[in-house]
Ligand binder design. Structure first.
Ligand SMILES: *Cc1c(COP(=O)(O)O)cnc(C)c1O
Ligand SMILES: [Zn+2]
Length: 562
């Protein structure tokens, strides 16, 4: 069977056949090459072929560097859900935020795409031993696939990788080599080991299978966005609508940069196949303590200055020297799309991690949370516009939760040995439960005619655990509710049909029994001077819709209910 793809050198342009044992250009020796396919032909047939195929990366096998997809090493990777982030969206004032949930891959990170293609490719070449260096997740992923393929794996891990991750790698039967040093040093040691022993080495961004695995993310995103009922459809260009819909932004937390490099290639191919009309902007997010790409981008440098000693607790993102990957990424981002490079602190990432779990029910590892912290920053600074469609790569799952992320006071305690051994079991139980029971908790009324705002605010308060909540969907209901329930606090919208928030406030004021209840106003409206006068002295706090984060609202609530 003739190969369905070729390899082109990025340096001298020569085209040749792929050989997993020869990872360099035959003409000039460069390891920077890319796979090319018959785009004109595949573009025409692909949408029809896909209709009958299962939703995982192998549905795109015409565009993958594997000769016999039927013998590929697979756990059904890819085909991860695209989830509409409604609470996060209302919180940020952008209703178009979609999460590509890469936690739902076989080993819980997007590295499984790269591992599936890489391990299948070396298996196809009859290679039986393999070396990789990793900040954790690549090693876990390769380990699972190597176990299934019967390939012996050596994983070189920097000692910064959490112990639990190291043990997971070992569990799969991988030879774990723990290197006390940075990830960049670990990579060099792995390279030397592979060279001395003549074992095939994982080349990351220089590896054709790695890049090809990652690009499947873009294929899936455009297919999924097109099928999503809530997504604003693209306006036809020259009277023609695109086959698939691209987002305005793709956001990812970045370490070595293989992910975005692959995803950009995917979008470029979709454009060549005439399946999309628009290239998304890329949001590349790093951690403050290790942000060589962000610095280089800001200084408009073609290559990044390596960070010698990364200062971050988030080991997954501690690639200090991105090497040529940055240069390629910069070239592609400048050619195809626009982009924004942004960095966030470890603390911002931990806060985003907590927020995402509470607001969307999605528990991610700190490295994935970095992307969400970046998203929040970019929306708030106006880089991402409120009507832009954003897809954020939720790169990986967390387990276990490290103590510094939750802080104190996250659980209730019951001592069953005391309560259940008293004479009266029933009484003992009630007494034991009294510190978790509802009656003691402060009561809050949430008044808003928009269901998504009520949902967001009640989720913010509910996730704190300690409030009894009431909701009213218009002013009239609110007045009755407040009279009946006497809440300790009212969270009030101003603009509501018929009886508005001003009237609710004034009615509360006129009644002695409700006049002392504190009020937080949440409004979408720019207030006029007269309106501000009307509120003055009657409310305790004013917050703008789409521009408050859960912590800020909670802080207000806690100060007002003592
Ligand atoms: C590898 C990884 C990243 C960084 O991805 P790159 O594209 O390699 O820079 C981010 N998050 C998680 C969970 C990862 O495993
Ligand atoms: Zn070459």
């Amino acid at each position: 069977m003739p190969p369905h793809f070729a390899v082109r050198c990025l340096d001298c342009g020569s085209v040749g056949i792929f050989n997993a044992l020869k990872p360099a250009c035959e003409r000039c020796g460069s390891q920077w090459r890319e796979a090319i396919y018959d785009y004109a032909h595949i573009g025409k047939i692909l949408p029809d072929l896909l209709t009958s195929r299962p939703f995982n990366i192998w549905r795109y096998h015409e565009l993958l560097p594997i000769q016999v997809p039927d013998s590929a090493i697979t756990f059904g990777e890819g085909g991860t859900p695209l989830i509409h982030a409604e609470n996060l969206g209302s919180m940020l004032g952008n209703p178009n935020i979609y999460i590509k949930d890469e936690r739902q891959n076989p080993t819980s990170s997007f590295k499984d795409r790269q591992a599936a293609i890489t391990i299948s490719s070396i298996k196809e070449a009859n290679i039986t031993e393999f070396v990789c260096a990793s900040t954790g997740n690549v090693a876990i992923s390769y380990s699972a696939y190597a176990a299934r393929a019967g390939i012996k794996l050596w994983a070189f891990l920097t000692s910064l990788v959490p112990e639990t991750k190291m043990r997971e790698v070992a569990l799969y039967g991988t030879q774990v080599v723990k290197v006390t040093g940075s990830y960049d040093q670990t990579k060099r040691i792995a390279e030397e080991f592979a060279r001395q022993r003549s074992i095939t080495l994982d080349l990351g961004a220089r590896s054709i299978p790695c890049v090809e695995g990652m690009k499947t993310i873009s294929y899936e995103i455009v297919e999924q966005l097109s099928a999503f009922p809530t997504v604003r459809k693209a306006t036809p260009i020259n009277g023609e609508s695109p086959v698939w819909q691209s987002p305005d932004w793709y956001i990812q937390s970045v370490s070595g940069g293989l992910g975005p490099l692959g995803v950009i290639k995917g979008f470029a191919e979709l454009e060549k196949m005439k399946l999309i009309q628009k290239f998304p902007k890329f949001g590349i997010i790093q951690v403050d303590g290790c942000a060589p790409m962000v610095h280089a981008w800001r200084q408009d440098r073609e290559s990044a200055v390596p960070v010698q000693s990364p200062r971050t607790l988030i080991a997954t993102l501690a690639t200090g020297d991105p090497g040529r990957t940055y240069t390629e990424l910069r070239k592609n981002i400048s050619n195809y799309s626009q982009g924004a490079f942004e960095s966030v602190s470890d603390d911002e990432a931990f806060r985003a991690m907590h927020l995402l779990a509470k607001m969307e029910g999605i528990s991610v590892e700190p490295a994935a949370a970095v992307a969400f912290a970046g998203l929040i920053k970019m929306v708030r600074s106006g880089v991402i516009k409120p009507d832009e469609v954003v897809v954020i790569n939720c790169t990986g799952h967390t387990t276990p939760i490290e103590p510094h992320i939750l802080g104190e006071g996250w659980g209730h305690e019951i001592d069953a040995s005391v309560s259940l051994t008293t004479e009266n079991r029933e009484e003992g139980l009630l007494a034991a439960l009294s510190n978790v029971s509802l009656e003691k908790f402060p009561r809050i009324a949430i008044v808003d005619d928009e269901p998504h705002v009520r949902r967001l605010v009640s989720r913010i308060l509910q996730s704190q655990g300690n409030y009894t909540l009431f909701e009213a969907e218009d002013g009239r209901q609110a007045i009755e509710l407040i009279k009946r329930e006497r809440p300790n606090l009212v969270i009030l919208d101003l603009m509501m049909p018929e009886v508005d928030g001003f009237t609710v406030m004034e009615t509360m004021q006129q009644n002695q029994e409700t006049s002392e209840i504190p009020i937080i106003v949440i409004t979408a409206k720019e207030l006029t001077r007269a309106e501000k006068e009307r509120l003055k002295g009657h409310i305790q706090s004013l917050m703008q819709k789409g521009d408050f984060m859960s912590d800020e609202l909670l802080d207000e609530v806690k100060t007002l209910i003592k």
